[in-house]
Every structure is written in C-alpha cells, then in structure tokens.
Ligand binder design. Structure first.
Ligand code: 6PG
Length: 477
C-alpha cells in the first residue's frame, strides 16, 4: 500500500505529527536515521492508524504515492540540509519536501530556490503548538508554491487545530514566507511571555502577593480579555509546588531564561528591515540579562529604593493596573510583530494576507488567544487595512482606557526599582507614535553638524546643509 504522506525524523515532534496524520485516517510512511525509533513508534502506536515503517531512504521514498509528500522533522540547520541531500536525488519532479522545523526563512529561501531548479517543491512550514499541538492539532504555516499547497493543504488542514470550524492552517505565501511568519510568531511569543513575567514580578514585589495568590489572579484574568494559553499555563506554573521542598516551584527554578534562537532572529530581521520591535527585543535582552550570572553578581550591591508594604486595598488596585499594563503592552507587541510581517511581505514580494495569521493563530499555537479574534477583525473589516494595529478603532479604545493604569505601573516600577523593560518599551513606543514632534529633528541637526549628513525641512522640499563651521548659512545639498 502507498502512503499519502511520509515523516522522517521521529523525535517527539515528528513522532507526534506522524501519529496525528495516522489518527486522521491517512496512511503514513515513517522513517528515522536510526531505525530503532521507527520500530518503536510502530510497536507503541501502530494501533492508532496505518503506518508504513521504512528502514532506508529508498524504502521510504518508494512507500509514498506520487506526487510524494515528505515531511522533514529534524533539528533546524545542518541536519535539514543533510536530509535534503539524502532524499532529493531519490525524488521526481513534482514531489514535495516539507520542512516542519524552526528554520531561518533565509535558509528556506535558499533551499526552495535550489530544489525548484530540480523540479521539486520545497515547503518551509512553520508548526506551532509544541508536542501536545503536534499530536492533537497544531497551528500550521506552510510557505512554498501555491501548487504545492494544492497537494498538501487538505492533508495539513485535516490535522491542524480548528477554531469555529476553521482550520488553523493556510498557505502563507511563496518560498520562505511560512518560516518568516513562524519566526515572528515566536518573537511575539517571547514578548508575551516577558510581559506576563513582568506582571508576576510586580504583583510579587510591589503588591506583595505570594505565587499561589498570583496564580489565582492570572486565573481570573484568563476569564476576560487576556484569555490565552500563555496566561492559562502561567497560572498552572505559579500554583505548582516543588515536591522535594514544598516551596513554590517558581522559587526553586534557576532564574536564567534560555533561548534557541527564533526570538533573536526576529530582532535581527527587524533591524535589517528597519522595523521597531522594541517589545520583542526587550524580551530577548531580558533573557540575555538573566543569563549573565557574572554581570548580575558584580552588580548585586548597586543601590536601589526600598520596596513598600502596600495596604491590601492599594495592592488590589495596583493589580488591576497591572492587568491594564499587560493588555496595553500586549497590543503594542502584537502591533510590532504585524508591522514586521508587513515589512517582510513588502521586502520579499510575498503579498501576505495579514488577517490570515490572526485566524490561524487563534488555535493550536503557543500564542493562541481570544485577543487574536480582534486582530483578525481589524484586518478583515473591509476598506483600507490599518497602517498599525494601534490605529484600529478597537485597539485605540482599549489603549485609551488602559493608559492611566499602564503609566501608573511603569512609574511605580521605575520608582520602586523593579525592572519592567517590556512594559516601559511598549509605553515608549506608544508615546513616540502619538507624538506630534519627536526630537529626531535634533538628531538630524547633530548629524549635519559633525558629518554634513544633510536634513530636510518641514516647510520646503529638498535636502539642506548648514555651514556649521563657517557663517552658519544654509545651502541646498
Ligand atoms: C511553538 C514554539 C516552539 C518552541 C520555541 C521555544 O510555536 O511551538 O515556539 O517553536 O518551543 O521555539 O523557543 P525558545 O527555546 O527559544 O524559548
């Protein structure tokens, strides 16, 4: 019998994805570099569906119906190239290699171009939702050619999460578009996690609440506009106690956040495209600061203010303000992420539908949230798409209501010496965008002074230079 789809690379993500396909009635060819994993999968989960175990690359390719659909689930980077090099010579024109890893979109562009030359489709496919999502319904972001989506879309849509009957999977755009938006998804994920972590820190240090109490607050928030997977799991983590010591789990975990790279890529890409993603970059840098044990030890005796003891009523009011700061900062982080997707689309000619990402991120993925419905509406309202999400009526109104609490939290954090880089950066971005005049005019003056870099005027067309070292008259440049 011939398999509709094949999965090579049977670590936990690959294994769960293969099981997900099989559970949806597809015949799935499975392959792994070391065959023991393939045998183990079939022995343990064979009863869940129709698996064809392939020991060699040749057997694997022969097991697939044409055009072949071959999903690669290996570690991003050199292993992906190794698998492509192994399989591409065995494939025939029209066949598809789908890379489901967290690849860099520029690698995906390179691989897609090289395989296209050989008549093969290469689909860089973002997959979000972790192990659980891969098994029960992830959010899926395939790039690559529209033809490849015709052959692949129905299969991917069948295993994706669904929200209101719609699959959390759509063709994103050509070549690296799928991996690009997955990268931005992860950048937003970093920002969201950092903002939630700052909320916890402020509730603990300023309001004086214990983790179990804060878990309750997050549970309550999760019934409102902040309803999301990340808030839900935050409550779980905060409520958890260490079995050995009985202490809150969050107090026995080393406070050094690690990262595998997608957040960093988001910021690097944003720098290249000139897109301000300060919420995401602060999140990446906050992880970096946390990891610099030497720097932190050397700075431990620097002076700071005393934390007060708040009256319970004031603490409760402060907690409400934190909810407002979190919601407002979250809007900013998402607006920045969407701006980056808009810029990527323009740079690479992808013609991304910006509402689609909100639609397919409502379920399955790590940043799934009720909130995404609002972003979807903002892009699907008809008429001109908003230049920034901040200027969409729904968000403008939310920001208007939240800004007093947001400012209060940022000023309290500053006064009391609790770092809140995510909240502060988001607020600075908001204030910069709404400012009538920015001091960038002074920066232009400085640049012209020391480097004759020229400037433009508000009242006339053209570029100008002032003779700073001479009589300070102005010349057209
Ligand atoms: C997802 C996650 C997933 C992975 C992150 C973790 O969408 O399912 O984003 O891709 O868990 O890459 O990233 P860090 O290790 O960099 O935090």
């Amino acid at each position: 019998r011939q398999a509709q789809i094949g999965v090579t690379g049977l670590a936990v993500m690959g294994r769960n994805l293969a099981r997900n396909f099989a559970r949806h009635g597809h015949t799935v060819a499975v392959h792994n570099r070391t065959a023991a994993k393939t045998r183990d999968l079939v022995a343990t989960f064979g009863h869940e569906g129709d698996f064809v175990a392939a020991e060699t690359a040749e057997e694997f390719v022969a097991a697939l119906e044409r055009p072949r659909r071959l999903v690669v689930m290996v570690k991003a980077g050199a292993p992906t190239d190794a698998v492509i090099d192994e399989f591409a010579p065995l494939l025939e024109p029209g066949d598809m290699i789908v890379d489901g890893g967290n690849a860099h979109y520029l690698d995906t562009r390179r691989r897609e171009a090289a395989l296209r030359e050989r008549g093969l489709h290469f689909v860089g496919c973002g997959i979000s939702g972790g192990e659980e999502g891969a098994l029960n319904g992830p959010s899926i972001m395939p790039g690559g050619s529209p033809e490849s989506y015709q052959a692949l879309g129905p299969l991917l849509e069948s295993i994706a999460a669904r929200v209101d009957g719609e699959p959390c999977c759509a063709h994103i755009g050509p070549d690296g578009a799928g991996h690009f938006v997955k990268m931005v998804h992860n950048g937003i994920e970093y920002a969201d996690m950092q903002l939630i972590a700052e909320s916890y820190d402020l509730l603990r240090k300023v309001a004086g609440y214990e983790p179990a109490h804060i878990a309750e607050i997050f549970r309550k928030w999760n019934t409102g506009r902040l309803d999301s997977y990340l808030i839900e799991i935050t409550a779980e983590v905060l409520a958890h106690r260490d079995a050995d010591t009985g202490r809150p789990f969050v107090d026995i975990v080393a406070d050094r956040a690690e990262q595998k790279g997608t957040g960093r890529w988001t910021v690097q890409t944003a720098l290249d495209l000139g897109v301000p993603v300060s919420g995401i970059s602060e999140a990446v840098f906050a992880r970096a600061i946390s990891g610099h044990a030497d720097l932190r030890a050397a700075s431990a005796s620097l002076p700071g203010p005393q934390l007060p003891e708040l009256h319970p009523d004031d603490a409760a009011r402060f907690a409400d303000s934190v909810e407002q700061a979190l919601y407002a900062s979250k809007i900013v982080a998402y607006a920045q992420g969407w701006h980056l997707m808009q810029a990527g689309s323009a740079e690479y000619g992808w013609d991304l539908d910006l509402g689609t990402m909100a639609t397919i991120w409502r379920g399955g993925c790590i940043i799934r949230a009720r909130f995404l419905n609002r972003i979807r509406e903002a892009y699907h309202r008809g008429g001109e798409a908003p230049v920034t999400l901040l200027a969409d009526a729904t968000f403008t109104e939310a920001l208007r209501d939240a800004q007093v609490g947001w400012r209060h939290v940022v000023s309290q954090a500053t006064a009391l010496g609790v770092p809140a880089p995510g909240f502060s950066a988001a607020l600075a971005y908001y204030d910069a965008l709404r400012s009538d005049r920015l001091p960038a005019s002074l920066v232009q003056g400085q640049r012209d002074f020391f480097g004759a870099h020229t400037y433009q005027r508000v009242d006339r067309e053209g570029s100008f230079h002032t003779l700073w070292g001479d009589d300070r008259t102005e010349r057209p440049a």
